[in-house]
Design a protein around this ligand. Structure first.
Ligand code: ADP
Ligand code: GN1
Ligand code: MG
Length: 354
């Protein structure tokens, strides 16, 4: 695709500094189309927002403007929304577009290469949780309903399996069996939120390592990004999703499953960073459930990838046929290994919070 030809007229509708020199696809996000826009003065990120995933673009951008203002007022580096030439926060239309300043001198990792960097990301997501605790939840639109309602995700999975619209169920029998046989394990966080034994907080909900920008020189976190899914939720979602993605010896879409393992030392590193930041607010029940939350976010993501595979790959962006199945397999393998490591993980959390 000629991205300049396709998107220059859209980029020109924003209040950019300088003359547009280049537009190219950027990053590894699964949801929005992310473009790097380079002018002779600056670089920007422009995103075509995914209308299927986020039908309420107005509410979404309200959330993001509210949260970024809240963070800026506290001196925290965050996404800077670049308005349109008309002073609007995004370009409205059948499909919405938005622009952010490109945050320079940072790295996004698709896999952990340095334990210290992962620990730093844990500290930053923990601090981010602390800042969100001061945010007024009543101003937030719930952009995706039941986002981490795992039992509901399981119902959707079963419906996709029942329909088997593309005849793919026969290719993933063992994965399907794993998800079905673990049905009794999916309800703990939703039940705890419902009966009040787990506090409802404002959470990020998509805390994988490529949703945080790390300083290229110091390895410390610069900014938490991808603020689309900030909604009421559980701390266990944020901790768990980071472990799901980062405490693995391989990438989320590694095809050679023999390379994919849950790495308990990476779990320890992240937990040290995260728990260090939230030690004054985490409850005993949340602390107890951090290992389970890691498992839950991993199997939930596995079943979401598998659901999308069975349904013809309409939700997550894919690069090749079978990409979602490859992703589902890594998540299911990791979930199984985490399940076998609950005791060890629990000891580590106890040591850290002692
Ligand atoms: P998606 O919702 O599709 O995951 P993201 O908002 O996470 O989209 O953006 C995708 C990728 O683009 C990120 O993982 C990151 O590498 C890069 N990115 C996004 N925003 C910025 C920014 N403001 N500065 C630098 N890089 C960014
Ligand atoms: C998506 O948007 P992105 O790529 O950061 C997804 C997450 C999944 C993740 C799996 C809005 O995250 O929930 O955990 O892919 N985001 C949405 O990599 O569904
Ligand atoms: Mg992202």
């Amino acid at each position: 695709m000629d991205y300049m030809k396709e998107f220059k007229a859209i980029a020109e509708k924003f209040a950019l500094e300088g003359e547009i020199k280049d537009i190219a696809p950027y990053g590894e996000g699964h949801i929005n189309l992310t473009l790097l826009v380079t002018t002779d003065k600056k670089r920007y990120i422009m995103q075509k927002m995914n209308p299927n995933v986020f039908p309420d673009a107005e509410g979404l951008m309200n959330n993001i403007c509210g949260v970024t203002k809240h963070l800026q007022a506290r001196g925290v580096e965050t996404l800077v929304v670049v308005p349109t030439a008309d002073g609007e926060p995004y370009l409205r239309g059948e499909v919405g577009y938005r622009v952010y300043d490109f945050i320079e001198n940072t790295i996004t990792y698709q896999k952990v290469t340095d334990k210290e960097v992962f620990k730093n990301s844990g500290a930053a997501f923990g601090e981010f949780q602390n800042y969100l605790a001061e945010f007024d939840a009543s101003t937030l639109v719930e952009v995706i309903k039941r986002f981490h309602d795992t039992p509901n995700r399981f119902e959707n999975f079963k419906a996709a399996l029942e329909a088997d619209a593309f005849g793919r169920a026969k290719e993933c029998k063992s994965e399907i069996d794993f998800v079905l046989s673990h049905a009794h394990t999916y309800g703990t966080v939703m039940a705890g939120l419902a009966d009040g034994t787990i506090p409802l907080r404002v959470t990020h909900n998509d805390t994988k390592l490529n949703n945080i920008l790390m300083d290229a020189e110091t390895g410390k976190a610069r900014a938490v990004i991808d603020l689309d899914t900030i909604m009421p939720g559980s701390m266990l979602f944020d901790f768990g999703d980071s472990i799901r993605f980062g405490a693995s010896t391989a990438a989320e879409d590694e095809q050679d499953l023999s390379k994919v393992h849950f790495d308990i030392e990476l779990f320890r590193a992240y937990a040290e960073g995260y728990c260090g930041a939230v030690k004054n607010s985490i409850t005993a029940r949340e602390a107890e459930l951090l290992p389970y939350g890691s498992y839950l976010m991993t199997i939930e993501c596995g079943m979401r990838f598998l659901t999308d595979y069975l349904s013809g790959d309409t939700y997550f962006a894919t690069k090749y046929a079978g990409h979602n199945l490859v992703r589902a397999r890594t998540q299911i393998k990791l979930a199984g290994e985490m399940e076998a490591s609950f005791d060890k993980m629990g000891e580590i959390i106890k040591e850290i919070l002692a």
